[in-house]
Design a protein around this ligand. Sequence first.
Ligand code: AHR
Length: 497
Amino acid sequence: LNASLALNPDYVIAPVRRRLFGSFVEHMGRCVYTGIYEPGHPTADEDGFRGDVLELTREMGVELVRYPGGNFVSGYRWEDGVGPVSQRPVRRELAWHSLETNEVGVDEFVRWARKADVEVMYAVNLGTRGVAEALDVHEYMNHEGGTHLSDLRREHGSEKPHGVKLWCLGNELDGPWQLGHKTAHEYGRLAAETARALRQAEPDLELVACGSSSSSMPTFGEWESTVLELAYDEVDHISLHAYYEVLDGDVDSFLASAADMDHFIDSVVATADAVGARLKSKKKITLSFDEWNVWYMKRFQAEPRTEWEVAPRVIEDQYDVTDAVVVGNLLISLLRHSDRVAVACQAQLVNVIAPIRSEPGGPAWRQTTFHPFALTSRLARGQVLRVETSSPTYSTQRFGDVPVVDSVATHDEETGDTVVFVVNRHRSEPVDLTVALAAFGDVEVAEAWTVHDPDGSATNTEDDPDRVVPRPQTATIADGDLRVVLPPVSWTALRLT
Ligand code: AHR
């Protein structure tokens, strides 16, 4: 197959938003306990944080982490997780049917985030709780001092406020599985009231209203519209969540997951703008894609939990190279929408559907999906460029005809670097790709990496952690055209300088 891309440094979509390289730490399964936190582990630091996981988080180029949930947050009492650890209560955790020891709470998480050098995005509980408790946790975390809760934080050892700017107004309250599930009207009112209260405390917070928990929800569209009509002036972002998996063995559709993500984003932008138009508002709502990933949800649904355990193994999906290509493609979609997607969080960071895996007392390693994230975060700098793509299409059962090749590019005026991210979604055919670069003058290939394996089900395991890694790719430039052969089911990054 043949395909071509045309790029021009003047065809700018928007600046690269570093907050697109977000992740998510939920009190779920082994994400916190034996994930980021494991006192007694050979690499643990003085605070009990695993050094190996911290190091991989930095290497992955994570910029922001959403915390503490997820479904977990809708039953969470933040007060349980502060003060002397020995006095913290153990609670039933209803979302994932486990026991929460509260050894890690907001103060510990903020300490971890500083070590990992990531911004904290904090979600408040609007499931079983409301405005008062949101104000309380805000006072505890962000108020300078001289009030009951800010002084309590100081007593607990955090003299300076945590300074968290980005707040989620609850989680997935459109979902019947959510503790405190609400109608769009009930939630929209609560989100608006909570937002107004938080802004009275700190006017320049950035607030995210819950959108739909997936585009297949029966209330999708209507939910966003109602919530935004009630909270348009009070919030900055509306959230989107999407998880992809191979359904009924249909790998072709799975490989086109990013086409669905494109459509989902465009639909939410259109819905938000329609509300803005009805309200005669000049303000534009931006999107927070604060949960996205590959998740083999069908497998999880087949294993209901019955025991009450601390940090059980829940949804520890082992990803293969095909999953990594899809993750790389989802990042392409997010970057392409940098004009409206302001925040994105891959869910989650460690062990729970995660790019990083760790074993209690044992090693931590990179899943296949770690690699496209790490390379995209390292290389995507400057401005996102629109790419004119000419590609053959293939037909999928779920998403119709989709292009075999999908791509986005970035250009950094300061360094002069241009980076092309491109996937070949075809399962058996390589693609002979030509990239027209004449508009950039004289450039050469500085680095070229491909994530691919002849066996699409190749994975990284504890025993073989580097089976799938990015491999150097051969790309040549002649007469202003770059030529590269993209293997079937592959993701490639090309840096030109
Ligand atoms: O990331 C796992 C779960 O997926 C989150 O807790 C929830 O918000 C979503 O349904």
